[in-house]
Design a protein. Structure first.
Length: 244
C-alpha cells in the first residue's frame, strides 16, 4: 500500500515537470499531417478517459472510509491513496490529455499518458480492494466499474503506442532512402578516364664507337736511324752514292 502511494506521488511530480519542459522547449520543426482516422481514434479514447475520471472522482467522494470497521493505519493509508488519486485526476491527467490533443501522434506524450494511467490503475486497485473488504457493496461496484474502464483505456493506449512506433520507424526508413537518393542526384559520381593506349617507343640512339688511345709514349729515332714508316705508307729508298 505504501509503495503504491509513493509511486503515484513521484510519478505525478515527474509528469508535471516533463509537461512544463515540453511546453517551454523549442519547436522541433513542422509537424507531419495527421490522418483523420488517427485523430478520431484519439479523440474517442481521450473523451472516454475524461468521463471515467469524472465518474471516479464522484465515486471516491461517496466513500466513508472513516466508518470502515478496520484499524486506524489501514484507514489512514486508504485516505492517503484516495487523496493521491484525486490530485492526479484533477491536475496531472488533464494536463497530459491537453498536451496529447495538441500533438496527437507524439509518441513520448502518448507514452506519458500510458504511464500515468498505469500508476492510477495500481493505486485505485488498492482502494477497490480495501473497499471490498471494509466498504459497502454499492461503493465496490461503482469503483470496480471505474477501474475496468481505466484498464480498457490503458490497453487501447498500449496498442496505439505500438502502431505509432511502427509508423514512425517506416517514416524514418523512407526519409533515409529519399535523402540517399537526393545526395546521389546532387553529387554525381566523378568519372575517371584511363588511357590504356601506350605511345610507340622511340628507338634508342646508336652508340658511337671510340678508338682507344695508345698509352705508350712515342720515342724519337736515334742518330743515323730513320723513323719507321707510318702504318699504311711504303718506305722510300735511301739515296745511293756514286763510287769514286
Amino acid at each position: 500500500m505504501k509503495r503504491t502511494y509513493i509511486l503515484v506521488s513521484g510519478l505525478t511530480s515527474l509528469l508535471l515537470a516533463a509537461a512544463v519542459a515540453a511546453q517551454s522547449g523549442p519547436a522541433a520543426g513542422p509537424q507531419q499531417p495527421v490522418s483523420y482516422a488517427s485523430i478520431t481514434q484519439l479523440n474517442g479514447l481521450l473523451s472516454q478517459l475524461e468521463e471515467t475520471s469524472k465518474s471516479t472522482q464522484a465515486d471516491l467522494v461517496k466513500l466513508r472510509i472513516e466508518r470502515w470497521k478496520t484499524d486506524g493505519a489501514t484507514k489512514k493509508q486508504s485516505l492517503a491513496n484516495l487523496d493521491s488519486i484525486q490530485r492526479n485526476l484533477q491536475g496531472a491527467l488533464p494536463e497530459i490529455i491537453g498536451q496529447l490533443r495538441n500533438t496527437p501522434e507524439d509518441v513520448p506524450a502518448t507514452f506519458k499518458l500510458y504511464r500515468n494511467l498505469d500508476a492510477l490503475y495500481d493505486v485505485l486497485g488498492s482502494v477497490v480492494e480495501a473497499t471490498g473488504a471494509f466498504g459497502s457493496k454499492d461503493d465496490l461496484q461503482a469503483l470496480s466499474n471505474d477501474l475496468n474502464s481505466f484498464e480498457g483505456t490503458r490497453r487501447q493506449l498500449a496498442e496505439r503506442i505500438t502502431n505509432l512506433a511502427s509508423s514512425k520507424e517506416q517514416e524514418i526508413t523512407r526519409l533515409r532512402a529519399e535523402l540517399k537518393t537526393a545526395q546521389a542526384v546532387a553529387e554525381p559520381p566523378k568519372k575517371i578516364v584511363v588511357d590504356d593506349t601506350e605511345p610507340a617507343k622511340k628507338p634508342a640512339p646508336a652508340k658511337k664507337k671510340t678508338t682507344p688511345k695508345s698509352t705508350t709514349p712515342a720515342t724519337k729515332p736515334a742518330a743515323g736511324q730513320t723513323a719507321p714508316a707510318a702504318q699504311g705508307q711504303t718506305p722510300q729508298n735511301p739515296p745511293q752514292t756514286k763510287p769514286q
